[in-house]
Design a protein around this ligand. Structure first.
Ligand code: SF4
Length: 104
């Protein structure tokens, strides 16, 4: 699951990089079952900043190895972007994301 998300949505994805760890949202989606939609285009706007608390603060890349969180003007990872897409389209809600994330 995470490979598909990273490949499609992560601006930092490099297929040759293996064993560099997984961001928290990638772990989150790997732990879920189900058929999730993968829209082909999505322009990121920072509209669900709660995700920084829910995902980023649990992430192994936070904050030093994440340009989205270390003061740079950069995009978040693909898992974050994909989750925001699902939230904006009403396919999941933030309370559910928080509840499931608490179990990781
Ligand atoms: S945006 Fe950065 S800190 Fe937040 S989940 Fe993604 S990689 Fe981790």
């Amino acid at each position: 699951m995470s490979k598909e998300i990273c490949k499609k949505y992560c601006p930092y994805y490099k297929p040759e990089k293996v064993d560099i760890g997984l961001c928290f949202p990638a772990k989150f989606f790997n732990g879920l079952k189900g058929d999730w939609p993968f829209p082909s285009f999505y322009e990121f706007k920072d509209s669900y900043s709660e995700l920084r608390d829910v995902f980023c603060k649990k992430c192994e890349f936070y904050p030093d190895d994440c340009d989205f969180n270390n003061g740079s003007d950069c995009l978040p990872c693909g898992g974050y972007i994909y989750t925001q897409l699902l939230l904006e389209r009403g396919l999941v809600d933030i309370d559910w994301i928080k509840k499931v994330s608490d179990n990781f």
